[in-house]
Design a protein around this ligand. Structure first.
Ligand SMILES: Nc1ncnc2c1ncn2[C@@H]1O[C@H](COP(=O)(O)OP(=O)(O)OP(=O)(O)O)[C@@H](O)[C@H]1O
Ligand SMILES: [Mg+2]
Length: 238
C-alpha cells in the first residue's frame, strides 16, 4: 500500500523524459548592419515520438528560423533544444553536424535534388553518405511514394510533386528520428499537395519518427496531430 503513490507518478515522469523534441525559452536575434531583428523571444514546444505538428504563423514570424535552430543549422542566443535526450544548444559545430547526419532529416520548399543524379541515386544519396543505406527500406519507400517508374529519370524530368516525393524519400531513407519540413508543399498545387501529404504521413507513420512541418495552409495543418502558431516571437497559447 505504501508504494502506491510513487508507482502512480512513474508513468508521468517517463512520458516527460520520452519527448523526442523539447524546445524551451528559445531566443534568437539577427544582428544586421541596419540593426537588431529579434525573431524568437522565448519559444516553448514539445513533440513526442511518432507525433506530427504543424508550425504556422505569418510570413516573417520566424518559422524557418526556428526550424533552422532545431535542425542544428544555426545557433540560438539562449534557451534549450533537446532532441532524443541530446542538448543541441550545447553541441559543438561537429556535434551538430553529427546530429544532422544521424538523427535528423530536412525537406525544403525547393526540392534540392541533385541534378546530375538519377532519382534512384538521389533517394539513396544521404543514406549512403551516412553509412545507413538499407536496400529493403529504400525499396519500400520507393514503392509507397510511387517512384518505381521514375527511378532512372533525372530531377528535371519530373514534375514538382514527383520531385517533392523523391525529396521526402531521400530524407526518410536515413530513418531519421525527427523529420523537419519547411513548407514542403509551397511549390505544389492543392491536389498535388494533398497527395504529397497523404504519402508523407504514410511513410512518416511507417518510420515512427517525429514530424514538424511549417505550412501556411490551414487545410494541410489540419491533417497533422498538433498545430501551433508563432506570433510576436512566441508560440501562441492553443
Ligand atoms: N540570416 C538572416 N539575417 C537577418 N535577418 C534574418 C535572417 N533570416 C531571417 N531574418 C529575418 O528574421 C525574420 C524571420 O524570418 P523567417 O525566415 O524565420 O520567417 P518565416 O516565418 O519563415 O517567414 P516565411 O513564412 O515568409 O517563410 C524576418 O524578419 C527575416 O527578415
Ligand atoms: Mg520561412
Amino acid at each position: 500500500m505504501t508504494v502506491a503513490a510513487p508507482a502512480l507518478q512513474a508513468p508521468e515522469a517517463a512520458s516527460a523524459a520520452q519527448k523526442l523534441l523539447r524546445v524551451s525559452r528559445l531566443t534568437k536575434t539577427y544582428e544586421t548592419p541596419q540593426g537588431r531583428i529579434p525573431v524568437l523571444r522565448g519559444v516553448d514546444l514539445a513533440l513526442a515520438r511518432g507525433e506530427s505538428m504543424a508550425l504556422m504563423g505569418e510570413s516573417g514570424s520566424g518559422k524557418s528560423t526556428l526550424l533552422h535552430l532545431v535542425g542544428g543549422l544555426d545557433a540560438a542566443d539562449s534557451g534549450e533544444i533537446v532532441i532524443d535526450g541530446v542538448e543541441v544548444t550545447k553541441l559543438s559545430d561537429g556535434g551538430r553536424a553529427e546530429l544532422r547526419r544521424e538523427t535528423l532529416a530536412v525537406v525544403f520548399q525547393q526540392f534540392n535534388l541533385i541534378p546530375s543524379l538519377t532519382i534512384r541515386a538521389n533517394v539513396a544519396f544521404q543514406a549512403r553518405l551516412a553509412g545507413r543505406f538499407d536496400a529493403a527500406w529504400t525499396d519500400e519507400l520507393i514503392r509507397r511514394l510511387g517512384l518505381e517508374k521514375l527511378l532512372e529519370r533525372y530531377p528535371e524530368q519530373l514534375s514538382g510533386g514527383q520531385q517533392q516525393r523523391a525529396a521526402i524519400g531521400r530524407a526518410l531513407a536515413v530513418r531519421p528520428r525527427l523529420l523537419l519540413a519547411d513548407e514542403p508543399t509551397g511549390n505544389l498545387d492543392e491536389a498535388t499537395a494533398d497527395e504529397f501529404m497523404a504519402l508523407a504521413l504514410d511513410v512518416v507513420a511507417a518510420t515512427g519518427c517525429g514530424f514538424l512541418m511549417v505550412t501556411h495552409s490551414e487545410r494541410l495543418a489540419a491533417k497533422l496531430q498538433q498545430r501551433v502558431r508563432l506570433s510576436s516571437g512566441v508560440i501562441d497559447a492553443p
